[in-house]
Design a protein around this ligand. Structure first.
Ligand code: ZN
Ligand code: ZN
Length: 400
C-alpha cells in the first residue's frame, strides 16, 4: 500500500507529466494578459513628440508596457531640441499644459524654444505603476548593408549598442544580434533582439534570415506605412517569409521564430494612413507579473499573440491540439485559420473555421502549426485599403 505522502507524490508526478505532455500555453502559475508595444520613437530620434507625451498616450490607451526604441540612442544624458515651426511649438505648448512649468525644462529665445528632453530615468517614474504600467528601455539598432536598412530592436537593453556592421545582410543582422546577447550575458539582464520590418527598403529576405543563430523574433506586422508588410508582385509578404523561416528552422533543428506586431510609431500629431501612428499593432503577453524578467520570459516562451485589433481569451497549444478562443465582439465575424506544412511540405492553411472558437487536432506530420484569426472588422486608421483586424498566435514545432 502507498502511504498518503507517496500517493500525493505519485499524483504530483502524474499531474506534472500531464502538464508537460499538454504544455499549455499559459504558465501553470496564474498569469495575466498584458498589452504592450515594443517599437516606438520620440524626439530622442525621429519621432515628433516628447517621450512623456508618448508614454501618456500609451498608458491612457490601455497598454501595460511600452519600449521606447529610438534610433541608435538611449534616453540618457543631455539632449536639447530646438523648436521654432508652428507645429513644433504647438506640441511644446501641449506638453507644457499637461506637465507644467516645473516639469518642462526650456529656454525661450525670440521665436525659438529649446527644450531639454527627459531621460528614461526621469520619465519612467512619472508613469510606472506596479502591475499596471511598465516602461522598458530599448534601442532600434539602425544599421545598413549596401544601402539596405537593417534595423534590430534591443528590448530592455541597458547600454547603448552601436551598429555593428558586417559584410552581408545576414552578417550585419547576426553581429547586432550577437551584441545584444553579449550584453545580456555580461549584465545578467533579460533582453532580446528582434528583426524589424524586413520588407522596409526590401532589405531582408527569408533566405537572409535562414542562417541566423539565436534569432527568435521578427515583426510580422509593423504599423509604419512604408514597410510593405504585404509584400508586392516581386516580394513575399512578411507572413509568407515567416512560414518559410519556420520551415527552415524546423528542418535545421532550431527553435521557432515568433511573430511580433508593433507600432513603429513616429507621428503623434496627426492621424492618417500615410503616417506611422500609435495603436496599430501590439502584443498580448501572458505573464506571471508585469516585470521585465517575467514579460521577457513569457515572450521567449511564445506565450503571447500579436494583434491589430482581435482579442483572444485563451490559447492552448501542444503536440496534440491547437485551440483558440476569441473574445468576440458583437456584430463581428471571425475566421480562424490553422497554418502549417501540407502533405507536399509547403506552408499552407491546414484548416479554416468560421467561429469564435476552434480546435485543430494535430496529425503529427504538419511540421509546425500556428493560427491566424481574421475578423471582418475594418481597421481604424488602416495602413492599406481594406485592412481588417487580425491576430497571430505563435507556432508549435512538431518533432518526432
Ligand atoms: Zn526601422
Ligand atoms: Zn522604428
Amino acid at each position: 500500500m502507498f502511504s498518503f505522502l507517496q500517493t500525493l507524490r505519485i499524483f504530483a508526478a502524474l499531474s506534472g507529466l500531464f502538464l508537460i505532455s499538454n504544455m499549455p500555453m499559459m504558465a501553470q502559475q496564474a498569469g495575466h494578459w498584458y498589452k504592450g508595444n515594443l517599437h516606438t520613437h520620440s524626439f530622442w530620434s525621429d519621432g515628433d513628440d516628447f517621450p512623456e507625451m508618448i508614454m501618456h498616450w500609451y498608458k491612457s490607451h490601455g497598454y501595460h508596457f511600452v519600449a521606447l526604441s529610438d534610433h541608435n540612442i538611449l534616453a540618457q544624458g543631455t539632449k536639447w531640441v530646438k523648436l521654432w515651426q508652428e507645429e513644433d511649438l504647438a506640441v511644446f505648448e501641449k506638453c507644457l499644459q499637461k506637465f507644467g512649468e516645473r516639469w518642462v525644462e526650456y529656454l525661450r529665445n525670440g521665436d525659438t524654444i529649446t527644450v531639454r528632453l527627459k531621460t528614461y530615468n526621469q520619465y519612467r517614474p512619472a508613469f510606472e505603476e506596479a502591475g499596471k504600467f511598465m516602461i522598458l528601455q530599448s534601442e532600434e539598432i539602425t544599421d545598413r548593408f549596401e544601402g539596405k536598412p537593417i534595423h534590430i530592436n534591443a528590448t530592455n537593453v541597458q547600454e547603448l549598442i552601436p551598429p555593428q556592421g558586417g559584410s552581408s545582410v545576414t552578417e550585419v543582422m547576426q553581429r547586432n544580434i550577437d551584441a545584444v546577447w553579449e550584453q545580456r550575458a555580461r549584465s545578467g539582464q533579460p533582453m532580446f533582439p528582434h528583426i524589424n520590418h524586413p520588407n522596409f527598403g526590401w532589405a531582408i529576405t527569408a533566405e537572409d534570415l535562414f542562417p541566423l543563430q539565436r534569432e527568435r523574433f521578427f515583426e510580422v506586422y509593423n504599423g509604419h506605412p512604408a514597410v510593405h508588410n504585404q509584400g508586392d508582385a516581386q516580394h513575399s509578404s512578411t507572413e509568407t517569409m515567416w512560414d518559410e523561416v519556420l520551415k527552415h528552422y524546423l528542418l535545421n533543428g532550431k527553435p521557432p521564430m515568433w511573430g511580433l506586431a508593433v507600432d513603429d510609431s513616429h507621428n503623434y500629431r496627426e492621424t492618417g494612413s500615410h503616417l506611422s501612428n500609435p495603436g496599430r499593432g501590439w502584443v498580448m503577453v501572458y505573464a506571471h507579473e508585469l516585470k521585465p524578467a517575467s514579460v521577457v520570459r513569457a515572450l521567449e516562451a511564445g506565450d503571447f499573440y500579436s494583434s491589430t485589433g482581435v482579442t483572444l481569451s485563451r490559447i492552448r497549444r501542444n503536440q496534440k491540439r491547437y485551440r483558440i478562443w476569441v473574445a468576440a465582439r458583437e456584430g463581428v465575424n471571425y475566421t480562424i485559420q490553422f497554418i502549417g506544412l501540407g502533405p507536399d511540405g509547403t506552408p499552407q492553411v491546414l484548416a479554416e473555421v468560421q467561429d469564435i472558437k476552434a480546435t485543430y487536432k494535430i496529425k503529427g506530420n504538419e511540421g509546425f502549426v500556428r493560427a491566424k484569426i481574421i475578423s471582418d472588422k475594418p481597421k481604424q486608421n488602416p495602413i492599406w485599403e481594406g485592412e481588417v483586424e487580425v491576430a497571430w498566435t505563435q507556432p508549435v514545432f512538431l518533432r518526432e
